[in-house]
Design a binder for this molecule. Sequence first.
Ligand SMILES: Nc1ncnc2c1ncn2[C@@H]1O[C@H](COP(=O)(O)OP(=O)(O)OP(=O)(O)O)[C@@H](O)[C@H]1O
Ligand SMILES: [Mg+2]
Length: 322
Amino acid sequence: MSRYRLQVKSINKVFTSRKNFKKKEFHAVKDVSFNLHEDEVIAIVGESGSGKSTTARILTNLIKSTSGDVLLDGVSIYDKSLRKLLPEKIQMIFQDPFAALNPHHTVGYAIGRPLVLKHKTEGSVREKVIELLERVGLTPAEDFIEKYPFQLSGGQKQRVVIARVLGLEPEVIIADEPTSMLDVSIGIEIMNLLLDLKEKRKLSYILITHNLGSARYMADRIMVMYAGEIVEIGDSEEIVKNPKHPYTKLLLHSSPDPWKDENIEMEIIEPTDSTLPATGCSFQHRCPFVTEACRSGSISFYEVENGRQVRCNLYAKELVNS
Ligand SMILES: Nc1ncnc2c1ncn2[C@@H]1O[C@H](COP(=O)(O)OP(=O)(O)OP(=O)(O)O)[C@@H](O)[C@H]1O
Ligand SMILES: [Mg+2]
């Protein structure tokens, strides 16, 4: 396997707020660690509020982690040497291409402006913008360069956003639900475009999605998050075919996936309480396999086959055997 592009080391994010002079804390990301290889796509899946976007924002240093570190090519993203370069090296594509583009600026300006800021030369920028528009399939490029966002479809806007991101020649692209506001067919086109661009350049992606079908289609590995924690991580094919963590099973059970090989028999348990348990497994209230051991102490990761890691007592040999 290729070398590590990103090494995420035990990051935590605690948001603090004040209500009636009382300090309230919310632990949104808990002890998240994983490595992203050069040329690899990892999909982060999990329900709303599970900490996916917060993790992404920490990786791009849009928000500072409460603790932990993130290394890009071996250098901490908090290191002075990366302060200016990080926004170019790790780029984000957001869910809403409508909000990402300024309605007062043409496509040419939107893509060209970061290039001017980066290279500080106006001369070659138009050529580069045309090349980028062609690369994302907006052709003939001359027709698009003078257009304003309101003259484009949602899929075309997302292509403009991708062209702008590519112009900065990032090493890592983090796409936070990049196709959720687009029609299914346009969403598939955008996913294919991202995969195609990955083949041509040594890009690494983190794709955040609610859709396990897209995760399986796009990603080498899937990372499942629940209540701020990674609960399962491993090869995407294997996770979709044979999920291990009860929450992953629940996710797969509740998502309509045309590629699903078999139906997983599992009763859907809705969240019963918005407050999370103070000790033990975060998923204990919803888990059909809960035991006394799950209600106390911290739950460890267990490695089950082919590098798959699962944070669940069901896979602890000593507990299984006892
Ligand atoms: N700035 C903030 N201040 C306080 N709490 C926050 C802040 N940002 C996020 N949170 C909380 O952290 C938790 C995780 O939020 P996050 O946006 O990472 O979830 P998500 O997995 O991306 O969800 P979604 O799928 O809905 O986008 C949520 O409960 C959210 O309310
Ligand atoms: Mg989000």
